[in-house]
Ligand binder design. Sequence first.
Ligand code: G3I
Length: 320
Amino acid sequence: MTLKEKYKDYFKIGTAVNVSSIDTHAKLIKEHFNSLTCENETKFSNLCENKDNYNFMWADKIVDFARDNKIPMRGHTFTWHNQTPKWVFENVDREGLLKRLKDHIKVVGERYEKEFYCWDVVNEAIEDKGDYIFRKSPWTEIIGEDFIDYAFRYAKEILPTTDLYYNDYNETQSPKREHIYKIVKSMKERGVPIDGVGLQCHFNIYSPDKDTIRRSLELYAKLGLKLQVTEMDISMFKHDDTTRITKPSKELLELQAKAYGDAFEVFREYKEVIDCVTLWGIADDCTWLDNFPVENRKNWPLLFDEEHKPKEALLRILDF
Ligand code: G3I
């Protein structure tokens, strides 16, 4: 039984892909997933490192693969403090930057309108902790905090039938969780055209626990919007743990299977609001966590192992 078949009455099962993995992991992608996200290729800096010089070669390669295999795509991401080229913020005032933002959404959004069923319009604009709710970035410094509203309004005007998401991480942690809820709620009340909230879910085998995930989903569900899990993986290490291991022990793999099992159990409880659950990668031979937060340290956060074989975690989420 494949993931997408097992979950067909619940939500789509997605994965993040890159220009290499669509070849090296093609079999697993086609078998198990019915939503794809470009891991990097549709970010501002990957598409337009130099002003007025878009290069769609890599993104197109992935979109062609998705189209050939009839897999819908989610767009990631129009507006982010990270992976946005320097020129965007140079020699520009508020009005000028708003125009650059709108032009970018138009060029990229329209190009992929047929294939992309949703977009992360704004990514990670809320602070993790502290007094500020909005993350300080060139977007807030040059435009102001209302850059978020503008991004969604432009996206709606250009892509009226595409679902528009706000996407963020540490989404189960307080006070960030409440801050995300509050900001999105106020957007809705102001009539900003937002359709959903993307919960990245970069977890580790120790946290968050099932109750925390459930409490978080309960809160976000109150928004009356769609929810998506957008970038899930479960690291073998706590965030501040810098140890290295050569291979995960049976105990660690079991903790990971339990963490995936618990999370998916809660996701299934919220099937009415969850539209898609996306894993941030396919198999353990290709994961951003091999370089974060410790450079060049092997990690094993996904559902298939380095040889593309099913892990205990996969079996656990198929067992219900
Ligand atoms: O392509 C270059 C390569 O030419 C160069 O030799 C190499 C040396 O550093 O770097 C390569 O680029 C890297 C790129 O990934 C492709 O592998 C960048 O350094 C590296 O910074 C970049 O990391 C990406 C990261 O976003 C950037 O912030 C990860 O792949 C990607 O998984 C990660 O994804 C983000 C989501 O977009 C948003 N949420 C968090 C998530 C994890 O950080």
